[in-house]
Design a protein. Structure first.
Length: 416
C-alpha cells in the first residue's frame, strides 16, 4: 500500500523532549518504519519549521519525510498552527499528483483537518484514518483556562472524528471519550503505541548513581505531566531519611530561551528542602536513554491525564517497575501489582507510598521489572503494532469499497 502520514507539528526527525516534541514524533516515526518494513511505501508530511532542511528526507528504506511549506519557516507553537492548515493541505495534495496514496493516516486533530482538506482536492479519494494523540475535551477538563488550544478545536476536533473513515485510538479510555464525541463505535479501533524492544533492553550499560536509590522521570516538561508531584514525593522520602535521588529528563526551551516549567520545578525542588537530591537534566536523546532507565530503581509517571504514554513502555522494556497515575493509556499499559503500581493523579503522598514500598523491597522490584519486560515483548513490539494498524487500514478500505482492499506492494529490495 501507499500510506501518507500527516503529522503537522510532530516531525519524525525532531529532537525530543521539548514542549511540542514527544510521543507523537516517536509514534509516527516507528509506525512508518515498521509499515515500510512490511512492504508498504510511506510518505510522512510535516510542516516545514526551518529554512534549511531539504524538501525530502529519507528516514528509512521506504519512508520519506516531506517538508511542506505552510506558514513561517521557523518553529511555531502547535496551538498557533491552525491558520496554516489550508496551505499544508494544498502542499500535500500537490505531492499526490504523481503519488496517489491508498490510505492517509493523520495524527493530532489539526492534521486531520489538513488531511480531509487534501483528500477533498483529489479525484480518487483515498481513505482517511486518524489518531488523535490527545483530545481537546480532556485537556480542557484538566487545564481549564490554561488550555491554549484555539477555540475552533472544540468543534473541528469532533468533526474530524466523525468525518474520517476510521479512528485508531491508542487506549480504551480514549475510545470512551470518542464515543461521547459522537464518533461511531464501529469506526474506532484501539491499537496502542509500541516500544523499540531492541533499543530499550534490561541488559547493557547503566549510568552510575550518586545515592543508594534512584528514581527517574522522563518526558516533555509541561505541568500536566505531574513532575511537580514526583518532586514533592521524593522530597518527602528524603526527609524520612531514605537515601534517594530523582533525575528528571526532558524540558529546555526551543531556540535557547527560558523554560518556565523548568524554573517552576526548580522552585518546587527548593521548597522540599531536598533540592540537592533532584537533578533537572534537560533533554536527553533517545540513544542515551536506555542507560538512564537501567540506572533507576523505579520510573515514575504521575500525569494528571495521559492520552497514551510511551515512557512507561520504555521503562518496562528496560525491566524497571513503573509507578503510574491510573489515567488514560497508563490504565492499560501498567499492571498494578504486575509491572508496577497505580496511584491517583495529583497525589504526592500516594506516589511517596508506592515508591517507598518498591525501594524497600528489592525482590519485588526485580519481579515487577521482569514482568514488565515480558509484557512489552508479548504485546508492544512496533512490528505487532504496525501489523495491527495495517490490518485496520485494510479493513477500513474493504468496508468502504464493499470489496477486498487493493494491495499495492513496494518493489522488492527496498524493504527489510
Ligand atoms: N523523550 C526523549 N528525550 C527527552 C524527553 C522525552 O527522547 O528528553 C522521549 C521519550 O523517550 C518518549 C517520548 O519522548 O519516547 C515521550 O513520549 P510519551 O508518550 O511518554 O509522552 P508525550 O510526549 O506523548 O506526552
Amino acid at each position: 500500500m501507499r500510506i501518507a502520514m500527516v503529522s503537522e507539528h510532530a516531525s519524525p526527525l525532531a529532537t525530543l523532549g521539548g514542549v511540542d516534541a514527544g510521543g507523537q514524533n516517536v509514534h509516527v516515526a516507528a509506525l512508518s518504519i515498521e509499515l515500510a518494513r512490511r512492504g508498504n511505501e510511506v510518505r510522512v508530511y510535516t510542516r516545514r519549521d526551518d529554512a534549511v532542511s531539504p524538501e525530502r528526507v529519507l528516514l528509512a528504506p521506504g519512508v520519506e519525510v516531506v517538508h511542506v511549506t505552510a506558514g513561517p519557516t521557523r518553529h511555531v507553537p502547535k496551538d498557533d498552527m491552525l491558520p496554516y492548515m489550508p496551505a499544508l493541505a494544498a502542499g500535500i495534495a500537490a505531492d499526490w499528483t504523481d503519488w496517489a496514496p491508498d490510505v492517509v493516516h493523520s495524527h493530532f486533530w489539526m492534521s486531520g483537518v489538513a488531511a480531509l482538506d487534501a483528500v477533498s482536492r483529489m479525484a480518487s479519494a483515498p481513505r482517511v484514518m486518524h489518531t488523535f494523540h490527545a483530545l481537546g475535551v480532556v485537556k480542557r477538563r484538566h487545564q481549564g483556562a490554561d488550555d491554549t488550544s484555539p477555540a475552533e478545536r472544540e468543534w473541528l476536533e469532533p468533526d474530524v472524528g466523525r468525518r474520517v473513515d476510521g479512528v485508531v485510538a491508542t487506549c480504551s479510555d480514549e475510545a470512551f471519550e470518542l464515543k461521547k464525541l459522537g464518533v461511531p463505535p464501529r469506526n474506532i479501533s484501539v491499537i496502542p503505541c509500541g516500544v523499540d524492544l531492541a533499543h530499550f533492553t534490561p541488559d547493557g550499560p547503566h549510568e552510575s548513581r550518586r545515592r543508594r536509590h534512584r528514581v527517574l522521570s522522563v518526558g516533555r516538561l509541561v505541568p500536566r505531566k505531574g513532575v511537580g508531584t514526583v518532586i514533592e514525593a521524593i522530597g518527602a522520602l528524603a526527609a524520612e531519611g531514605i537515601d534517594v535521588e530523582l533525575v528528571v529528563v526532558g524540558g529546555g526551551a526551543s531556540n535557547g530561551g527560558r523554560d518556565p516549567e523548568l524554573e517552576r520545578l526548580a522552585g518546587i525542588a527548593r521548597q522540599t528542602g531536598a533540592g540537592e537530591r533532584i537533578e533537572l537534566r534537560g533533554q536527553v536523546p533517545q540513544s542515551a536513554l536506555p542507560e538512564l532507565y537501567r540506572s533507576a530503581d523505579v520510573v515514575v509517571c504521575a500525569p494528571w491525564y495521559e492520552p497514551f504514554g510511551i515512557v512507561p513502555l520504555e521503562a518496562m522494556a528496560c525491566g524497571i517497575p513503573v509507578v503510574a497515575s491510573s489515567v488514560g493509556g497508563l490504565i492499560d499499559s501498567v499492571v498494578d501489582g504486575g509491572t508496577g503500581r497505580h496511584v491517583p493523579p495529583r497525589d504526592a503522598g500516594a506516589v511517596a507510598d508506592a515508591v517507598r514500598g518498591l525501594l524497600l523491597d528489592e525482590p519485588q522490584r526485580r519481579q515487577l521489572g521482569a514482568n514488565g519486560r515480558k509484557r512489552m515483548t508479548a504485546r508492544y513490539a512496533w512490528s505487532r503494532i504496525a501489523a495491527d494498524t495495517e490490518r485496520s487500514y485494510r479493513a477500513t478500505i474493504a468496508a468502504a469499497n464493499g470489496s477486498a482492499a487493493p494491495v499495492r506492494r513496494r518493489a522488492k529490495g527496498g524493504a527489510r
